[in-house]
Design a protein around this ligand. Structure first.
Ligand code: SAM
Length: 237
């Protein structure tokens, strides 16, 4: 049987608090403090294309794993959820290294803004890197898409969140940042680090310095046994 290939056009781009892959939650809905915007690009930046969308609280966003697509795909993956020790088939995982590098996330729609030739969907709870190309948007339909009886395979429940503490100096910088920007940086850091963004092979090591880029700051942190400590904030550009 002959196979087809398809070409899709980018319809939008994500502007997100996640400036690097490291630290992005592995699924949407986990970091509720994450904010992003989906900017629709011409010719899709017309209000009539989103007419009726304002009545939906959540959207399916179809996007391209643009940052990893050049690395190609892998037939089996070691899911972080299994401690990186067991391999599962790529189609049993949400890995970014897929034959077609297409991602799918349910995100919260906060509002729709238009003006000056721009059409922007303000989102929350997404797991998307800044600059992610979007190829489609569909409304989330609770009656069809929410399936409480569904089985979750090897990932039946969300991971347990760890405690996150701040050094005094880091907390003072966070508070100053929140005052200046109006962004909920402290809650964002708590949720991002709480889900332990480290790959499995780094989880054994402690007292290693890590950095996670959120908005325009590099959050410096380290593991302290059962919790994480934020030690500093540095500018990130
Ligand atoms: N919810 C989506 C899905 O199921 O298709 C994505 C799941 S994937 C496991 C989530 C991870 O994708 C994030 O932790 C982040 O590291 C990565 N990611 C997000 N945006 C990306 C992009 N534009 N390119 C490559 N990787 C990306």
């Amino acid at each position: 049987m002959s196979k087809s290939s398809f070409q899709f056009e980018q319809i939008g781009v994500i502007h997100s608090c996640y400036r690097q892959k490291f630290g992005i939650p592995r699924q949407p809905g986990i970091v509720t403090a994450a904010e992003s915007e989906l900017e629709l690009l011409p010719p899709y930046n017309q209000e009539n294309l989103v007419r009726g969308l304002e009545g939906f609280s959540h959207l399916w966003v179809h996007f391209i794993f643009h940052k990893t697509m050049e690395e190609g795909w892998r037939p089996t993956i070691r899911p972080p959820r299994l401690g990186g020790k067991q391999r599962m088939g790529v189609f049993a995982t949400r890995s970014t290294h897929r034959p077609n590098p297409i991602g799918l996330s349910v995100v919260k729609l906060k509002s729709i803004q238009s003006g000056n030739g721009k059409l922007i969907l303000r989102l929350a709870e997404a797991d998307l890197l800044d600059g992610t190309p979007v190829i489609d948007i569909k409304p989330y339909l609770p009656y069809a898409d929410a399936l409480p009886e569904a089985k979750g395979g090897f990932a039946p429940l969300p991971a347990i969140m760890a405690e996150v503490e701040f050094s005094e100096a880091a907390m003072l910088k966070c508070l100053a940042y929140e005052r200046q920007t109006g962004r909920s940086l402290i809650e964002l850091i708590r949720q991002v680090l709480g889900q332990d963004p480290r790959p499995a092979y780094l989880r054994e090591t402690t007292e290693r310095r890590h950095g996670s880029a959120l908005w325009d700051v590099n959050v410096v942190w380290e593991s302290r046994g059962d919790h994480f400590l934020v030690t500093d904030l540095e500018p990130y550009s």
